[in-house]
Design a protein around this ligand. Structure first.
Ligand code: AOF
Ligand code: ZN
Length: 373
């Protein structure tokens, strides 16, 4: 059904979509290529929310040349009136005769209707080209729309022997500048960056995007998990001029702590408790409701451990530094025991990259274990 030429054009659409990864959320980053008589006549990708979608941008570039063309789109074109009119109407109106798509849009307003409406209008639609690649590219969007929870990407840095600090507690710097820049790219690609109270107290992090090329149009939301109200409402994390801050706490924190956070301009969310912390399902749903597709969970070890234990860890980006920190070094994940090999959660490595003397290993849960409700 699909030719090599089809594959090349879809690959180009995928590359265009990638250009929109930082600007499109909470919308999906989509690419579209229009081809007539073997010539590319228009290209487009998604712009900021509220602006034209990929297909409309490609049609604008093609003008009259779109008539009789084939459109390659990474995501099924939308069929609904959202902030912008339906892309299917624009494609039909411009006289596009064939549409090649990779995956359906899980958004309930679309979800197969886009393809159906194109076919009803007499457009030839071929579906499923490079579906696996696009599913990987759009994983946070697909996860958030289908589960109603933000995609939790755990980020950690460890020594070669899996330690996050030496015996004396020192941890700067486990990895070099290239890996640290890469970690800021992960922040830029995330709608929110999350830490626990322990890390907030020990590191006084600002959780902003500072290094590297990637800059999102809006800084990621800073998220603090502090069920007992230990973190004072001061320092960079509560500097409103840097980025907004959202604190998840529980009934255990004092009214004084909550008022102080609010007075500093943070949003405070009192969530139910679970496993001696706040209920992560509630956290991830609240983030999704605020338009967050991916939350970068930066730690520390107990927060990472609780995401793993509860089944809400959706991905892991592990930076591996070149030091060896020894048996008394701090472990990567805490509050997390495994009785035997047969009980070990299994993850699969989905990617790896070398960065100077360090590396990043990407993993995902091997079997999609259902989260423990
Ligand atoms: C497309 N092409 O490039 C994108 C689509 O509020 P709106 O009008 O911008 O619609 C947003 C929804 O449109 C979003 O939730 C998703 O279902 C779809 N995104 N569709 O045809 C695109 N970004
Ligand atoms: Zn659209």
């Amino acid at each position: 059904m699909f030719s090599d030429v089809d594959g090349e054009h879809m690959e180009a659409a995928l590359a265009l979509a990638e250009l929109a990864r930082l600007i499109a959320p909470p919308n999906p980053w989509v690419g579209c290529v229009l081809v007539r008589d073997g010539q590319v006549v228009g290209e487009g990708h998604t712009l900021e929310p509220g602006s034209a979608h990929a297909e409309v941008n490609a049609l604008a570039a093609a003008g009259a040349a779109a008539r009789g063309a084939t459109a390659y789109t990474t995501l099924e074109p939308c069929s609904h009136h959202g902030r912008t009119p339906p892309c299917v109407d624009a494609l039909v109106g411009a006289g596009v005769s064939r549409v090649v798509t990779a995956i359906f849009d899980p958004d309930p307003r679309v979800s197969g209707n886009g393809v159906a409406r194109l076919r009803d209008a007499g457009v030839a639609v071929e579906h499923g080209l490079m579906a696996q690649e696009v599913r990987r590219q759009l994983r946070p969007y697909l996860h958030q729309r289908s589960t109603g929870r933000a995609f939790a990407l755990l980020k950690a840095a460890a020594s070669l022997d899996g330690r996050t600090a030496a015996a004396d507690g020192t941890s700067r710097w486990i990895t070099g500048p290239d890996a640290r820049r890469d970690a800021h790219r992960l922040r830029a690609e995330s709608g929110a960056v999350l830490v626990g109270a322990g890390t907030a107290l020990a590191d006084r992090p600002s959780l902003t995007v500072r290094h590297g090329q990637a800059r999102p149009p809006r800084p990621p939301l800073r998220v603090l998990l502090d069920s007992s109200g230990r973190v004072p409402a001061s320092g960079a994390l509560f500097d409103r001029s840097l980025a907004p801050t959202l604190v998840f706490t529980s009934a255990r924190s004092s009214a004084t702590a909550r008022h102080a956070w609010e007075a500093a301009g943070a949003e405070v969310f009192v969530a139910p408790e679970r496993d001696a912390g706040v209920d992560l399902a509630v956290v991830l749903r609240a983030l999704a409701e605020r338009g967050v597709l991916q939350v970068l969970v930066e730690g520390g070890a107990f927060v990472h451990g609780s995401f793993l234990r509860s089944g809400y860890a959706d991905g892991l980006a592990l930076y591996v530094g070149n030091a060896v920190l020894g048996a008394s070094g701090a472990p990567l994940f805490a509050g997390f025991e495994v009785a035997g090999m047969d009980r070990a959660p299994r993850w699969r490595v989905s990617g790896a990259e070398r960065m100077h003397d360090d590396g990043r290993v990407d993993s995902e849960p091997a079997a999609a274990a259902p989260p423990r409700e």
